[in-house]
Design a protein around this ligand. Structure first.
Ligand SMILES: [Zn+2]
Ligand SMILES: [Zn+2]
Length: 340
């Protein structure tokens, strides 16, 4: 008969700062000298499939509690590896499916990742003694690394495949040992050799606004979320929604391109959600949004005066809008107060 507490594994890696659950799990499997699939079948059996769901988002307790017991990891540290831990910050209420604000979607379908929802910084991976994937790289807000001043990648620079590091050891021998999480599972290209892409800033103020918030996420070492004004993120997200909306005769996107003197990069057509757009498009939209955030009232009023926004769009589908923003929106209720 087994004891009441399951025995500890010989390898008891703890999560690295800001590490994702799936990255931690893959490191543990390789640390034990096993392929990821073998390791998961051994622990969870064939009944509980690990990789056909987004475990980083769902934080299944059958998975996390097992890791906690086998590696003697404190519960709060283990649960902080999941995206669910952003509840109360990037989103108010967690949900298992559908759009979760600010969380990149993997669009899981069996084991195939169809969306580019797992980003990485090639230089962070190159600098890691043991490469690992950061939780913040699953956030739609994060489009660059403030430490290495480069855009994040969201696919293999060589073959274009989405990142799936749990598949890196497919087809390898069990005995071949640890497989560092820095190569493409499809073509073998090393992620840490991806050439740097540097984005141009559209405005100094907007870039400063983005960088100072990105730094808080990049430099965070513990498990507490940075103390930022989350109502600003809510307003930024509403601004991004308005930027990708296509209302008749109303175009905030064009208005901001003109205001900043920026060329239209040609976004993927349709009302695509911010959370499913590729990194480059999100970086473009975020810069426009951040420019508005540096002076919300002034920027919104200029757009409204220019008829690039209408009062009834401002609070549309904006649940839990912060009062300070409702105040700004209400001041634009009367079209007769428009100035030229
Ligand atoms: Zn980096
Ligand atoms: Zn590749």
């Amino acid at each position: 008969m087994h004891g009441l507490t399951p025995s500890l594994w010989p390898v008891r890696y703890k999560p690295f700062p800001d590490e994702l659950t799936s990255s931690w799990l893959v490191r543990l499997a390789h640390g034990m000298g096993l392929k990821v699939q073998t390791f998961c079948n051994l622990i969870f059996g064939n009944r509980l499939q690990v990789w056909n769901r987004d475990i980083d988002r769902l934080a299944p307790s059958w998975l996390l509690d097992e890791l906690i017991q086998r590696t003697a990891t404190p519960k709060d540290i283990a649960y902080a590896t999941s995206l669910k831990a952003y509840e109360g910050a990037f989103f108010n209420h967690f949900k298992a499916s559908g759009v979760l604000p600010w969380v990149l979607n993997l669009k899981m379908y069996h084991r195939t990742r169809r969306a580019y929802g797992q980003q990485f910084c090639a230089e962070c991976l190159a600098a890691d003694e043991q490469p690992y994937f950061r939780r913040r790289w699953r956030l739609a807000f994060c489009t660059f690394c403030s430490i290495h001043q480069r855009l994040l990648d969201d696919r293999c620079h060589q073959c274009g495949e989405a990142v799936a590091y749990f598949r890196m050891d497919f087809g390898r021998d069990e005995a071949s040992g640890e497989v560092p999480m820095r190569s493409c599972h499809a073509c073998g290209a090393r992620y840490d050799e991806a050439p740097p892409v540097l984005g141009d800033g559209y405005s100094r103020e907007g870039m400063e606004w983005l960088v100072c918030r990105q730094e808080l996420l990049d430099l965070q070492q513990g498990f507490e979320l940075p103390g930022v004004d989350w109502s600003e993120f809510a307003v930024l997200r509403q601004t991004l929604k308005l930027l990708s909306s296509t209302y008749r005769n109303v175009n905030l996107h064009d208005h901001l391109l003109a205001e900043l003197g920026v060329e239209d990069p040609g976004l993927a057509p349709g009302r695509l959600l911010f959370e499913v757009r590729p990194t480059q498009e999100r970086f473009h939209l975020l810069q426009l949004g951040a420019w508005m955030m540096t002076d919300v009232e002034g920027a919104y009023r200029r757009a409204w005066n220019a008829r690039a926004l209408r009062y009834n769009h401002l609070l549309k589908d904006f649940r839990n809008a912060p009062e300070w923003f409702v105040g700004i929106a209400e001041s634009m209720r009367d079209w007769r107060s428009r100035t030229r």
